[in-house]
Design a protein around this ligand. Sequence first.
Ligand SMILES: NC(=O)c1ccc[n+]([C@@H]2O[C@H](COP(=O)([O-])OP(=O)(O)OC[C@H]3O[C@@H](n4cnc5c(N)ncnc54)[C@H](O)[C@@H]3O)[C@@H](O)[C@H]2O)c1
Length: 333
Amino acid sequence: MNIQTQNTRTLLITGGAGFIGSNFITYMLENYPNDRIICLDKLTYAGNLANLLPITEHPHFRFVNGDICDRDAVYQLFEEEHPDIVVNFAAESHVDRSIETPELFLQTNLLGTAVLMDACRNYGIHRYHQISTDEVYGDLPLTRPDLFFTEQTPIHASSPYSASKASADLLVLAYHRTYGLPVTISRCSNNYGPHQFPEKLIPRMIVNALKEQPLPVYGNGENVRDWLYVIDHCKAIDLILHKGRSGEIYNIGGHNEMKNIDIVRLICTELGKSEELITYVADRKGHDLRYAIDPTKIHTELGWLPQTSFADGIRKTIQWYLTHEEWLNIILS
Ligand SMILES: NC(=O)c1ccc[n+]([C@@H]2O[C@H](COP(=O)([O-])OP(=O)(O)OC[C@H]3O[C@@H](n4cnc5c(N)ncnc54)[C@H](O)[C@@H]3O)[C@@H](O)[C@H]2O)c1
């Protein structure tokens, strides 16, 4: 977006060693050379410094290994850095893991959010931005392609993951109303692109296909997701930080609905692998059927539109995984 700012801002980006956060930090350092970026990340299995390698030596970048739930550590960081803007990407983000260990999801996704917002209240902030998900809306029926999630769609979370994200959203709005904290929330559809941990659909299928290993597809593979290239998500967050109205929720999605099975077939075709690798496995408990975002608000209010077509984005993504074997070895170890 490159809305240049003259003044130096300090941004605290939590969860910035993960998939979307690392893409966002790289994007911001490229587009706002005056900004200073502090990344706070616990480096769970999903976070990795390998995602930040190209920028670890950047003079405007600082990495802090820490937990957003650790109140003392978070307050100490606010004392030191006095961030103007906080963008909270830090989360446990995998639905399957949330079904196994729901408590961890409540701890990080809900209580960690509360700690960050308390720090913002205590030290003052220009904007707190919460990275949420379209999964807070639950799912849509496969038989009603005319239905989409708008910002007015009621919260109807299906999994412990989405319930923890929805709870955090409610808390963020409550801090806005009760304490006047300047907040925004974005709810994005499924992202894909470089740095995504290979437990999620697209990188998992790429990695397995490259090794000629089975490609496990839940149920009948008919579940529909609305895919967005990660840099388009970063641009949307950038716009919300600059032009979004405090107290508002913005849905982010590019009208790119695809069935899981079609994604897997496409990856086989792109990599020249046989579709015989596809194996259907027992469906995920409570598996959401269809997600589909209506992005009218962010388009009309902020002028955002996705710029990467799925055809381009998936090729770039596959190419990235093909050329980053060392990254994969680090991540998988
Ligand atoms: N991936 C998607 O398709 C998608 C779509 C919509 C919204 N989101 C949301 O975007 C955010 C980022 O998702 P992602 O896919 O990049 O996730 P990710 O799992 O790749 O990264 C999460 C990051 O958070 C860090 N983290 C976890 N717990 C922490 C804690 N207690 N303290 C500090 N850091 C901690 C991890 O180390 C990791 O670096 C999440 O909030 C997620 O809910 C993701």
